[in-house]
Design a protein. Structure first.
Length: 95
């Protein structure tokens, strides 16, 4: 009977460790991957912006600024029209 307080304390410690493993440890892992994902997404966004700026400047030197505006704008319009059509593919088949 004198070992009973030690057993209760061990049971409480094991229960707390099990609950922590099921909650806090999982959330910590998800939080870490969410942060890594945000950093990767921001770096990808910056890379795309820099690539678009570089492409536009290269086109501006190659064919002129006005033609570069027309070409890049036309490309965005065509891609936008394609994506808009893909938004509801069932309606596109009916028409």
């Amino acid at each position: 009977m004198d070992d009973f307080p030690t057993q209760i304390a061990d049971l409480l410690v094991q229960t707390a460790a099990r609950i922590r493993a099921m909650t806090v440890d999982r959330i910590a892992g998800y939080t870490k991957w969410a942060a890594v994902g945000l950093v990767v997404a921001m770096l990808a966004f910056v890379l795309v912006v820099f690539l678009l700026i570089g492409l536009f400047r290269w086109l501006g030197e190659l064919i002129g600024v006005e033609a570069a505006f027309a070409l890049v704008g036309g490309l965005f319009v065509v891609v936008g029209m394609f994506l808009w059509r893909q938004k509801n593919p069932d309606q596109a088949k009916e028409q």
